[in-house]
Ligand binder design. Structure first.
Ligand code: HEC
Length: 99
């Protein structure tokens, strides 16, 4: 899946900066070995985002900007990520294949 304005290399840097790896294991991101949330290996082949949104670029960008808005009980916090930043992060997440 292609995120129109997303740059996966910027996304990888943002994932590192926001510390997503404290909660997620994410291939290609140094120190991203977290076990709080689901591992993101193969994320692009998954049907849903957190079981609540279809896994397409628009909904994924929405999720990254405010998880609790879409899933009130979720343990993933709103981290104040902008739409442009979320697009870069989504572009990186859609490079993640395999299982
Ligand atoms: C405090 C821990 C925490 C942090 C920090 C965090 N997440 Fe999450 N994340 C979670 C949890 C827990 C879930 C599962 C949410 C659910 O199912 O309600 C989740 C779900 C997700 C999902 C959906 C995964 C799936 O299998 O459907 C993605 C994608 C995601 N996070 C990406 C990120 C990114 C990118 C960042 C950094 C900007 C981040 N997360 C930061 C805890 C976290």
């Amino acid at each position: 899946m292609v995120v129109a304005d997303g740059d996966p290399r910027k996304g990888a840097a943002l994932i590192d900066r926001y510390g997503c790896g404290a909660c997620h294991t994410i291939p290609g991101i140094t120190r991203a070995q977290g076990r709080v949330g689901p591992g993101l290996t193969g994320f692009r082949d998954q049907a849903y985002v957190a079981g609540v949104l279809p896994n397409r670029p628009g909904p994924l960008v929405d999720w990254l900007q405010s998880p609790p808005r879409h899933s009130p009980q979720t343990a993933m916090p709103d981290m104040g990520i902008s739409e442009a930043q979320a697009e870069h992060i989504a572009a990186y997440l859609y490079t993640l294949e395999g299982r």
